[in-house]
Design a protein around this ligand. Structure first.
Ligand code: SF4
Ligand code: SF4
Length: 295
């Protein structure tokens, strides 16, 4: 028997502490085996993408193309990615009769289920808090199993803690974006592209960071650059610093003054060219207009 009556919504809207009791057990042989993986809606964190693309030995862009679909995390805002189900169906492509084919690298949301992570930031606070909600879906019989532990114990058992720790900087970015005012709340298209690349397309981001153009603009100590380029998770962490700079102007990566100067010069040159072209166009129109008056 469930400890609480099933509500109309599958998510119990009560924010729970990690010390709250969770009665639940999933085991092979249970009558609902694989029911949860047959109809998926699984958002991936950047850490999930790295773990899965490493597991499948794919470049990040290959993984994104083959195994994910994009979605809007918020209207006109940051994009996220979800696992793509089997073609023409709703089941996860990693589901097998024995269970999850990528179990050791399964996504954060799969590890948490039937718990949902609620990352929250209170007004005026500079840090996020983690709270949890319990998801009770009719098809899931694990809530009737005779096993109770705390949510924190369950998180430990499911190996979710390192995933949460590694993705913390990314969650903080999203919380900050969601709670920011209209100016920051509407980033440019280029900023949104950079967000997607640094969050999910880590191998493309690596090429970007290693490029001469990046080096001309940012003054990164060689050791920090080497660490970021050699390790996917270190590159993600660097990416969140980079995005905080792009989205919120939090300058933690030094700019090269000559790089900035060159960029300004390029922009000024572009502007001068556009003004020159506009003046030439006006002059041509004046000439044509003069001919018309003469007639
Ligand atoms: S990744 Fe594994 S656990 Fe997650 S939905 Fe797919 S089969 Fe299920
Ligand atoms: S008990 Fe719940 S989580 Fe486990 S297989 Fe059944 S539906 Fe999935």
């Amino acid at each position: 028997m469930n400890e609480a009556p099933a509500p109309a919504s599958p998510v119990v809207p009560t924010a729970l502490e990690g010390s709250a009791a969770l009665r639940f057990r999933c085991r092979k042989g249970i009558a609902c085996w694989n029911a949860c993986c047959s109809n998926i809606d699984i958002a991936l964190t950047p850490v999930d993408v790295v773990r899965l693309k490493q597991r499948l030995n794919l470049a990040s862009w290959e993984f994104l193309r083959e195994y994910t679909v994009p979605y809007e995390m918020e209207k006109d805002g940051l994009a996220g990615v979800k696992l793509k189900p089997v073609q023409g169906g709703t089941a996860c492509r990693f589901m097998t009769p024995e269970g999850c084919a990528v179990y050791a690298d399964r996504p954060t949301a799969c590890r948490y289920y039937p718990v949902a992570l609620l990352a929250m930031r209170r007004q005026g606070e500079a840090f996020d808090r983690q709270a949890y909600a319990v998801v009770r879906e009719d098809h899931c019989l694990g809530h009737a199993e005779p096993r109770t532990q705390t949510i924190d114990e369950y998180r430990g058992e499911q190996g979710v803690v390192p995933f949460d720790e590694a993705a913390r900087g990314w969650r903080q970015l999203i919380l900050k974006k969601k709670s920011s005012g209209p100016t920051i709340g509407k980033p440019s298209r280029r900023s949104l592209e950079l967000f997607f690349m640094a969050s999910y397309d880590v191998d493309r981001f690596r090429s970007f960071v290693a490029s001469d153009a990046f080096g001309a603009l940012f003054d990164l100590p060689p050791e920090a650059l080497r660490e970021a380029l050699e390790d996917d998770l270190a590159l993600l962490r660097f990416g969140w610093r980079f995005l905080a700079q792009v989205l919120f102007g939090e300058t933690t990566i030094a700019l090269r003054s000559e790089g900035v100067g060159q960029r300004r010069a390029r922009v000024a040159e572009q502007r001068a060219r556009l003004e020159r072209e506009a003046a030439e166009r006006l002059a041509r129109e004046d000439d044509e207009g003069g001919a018309f008056v003469d007639l």
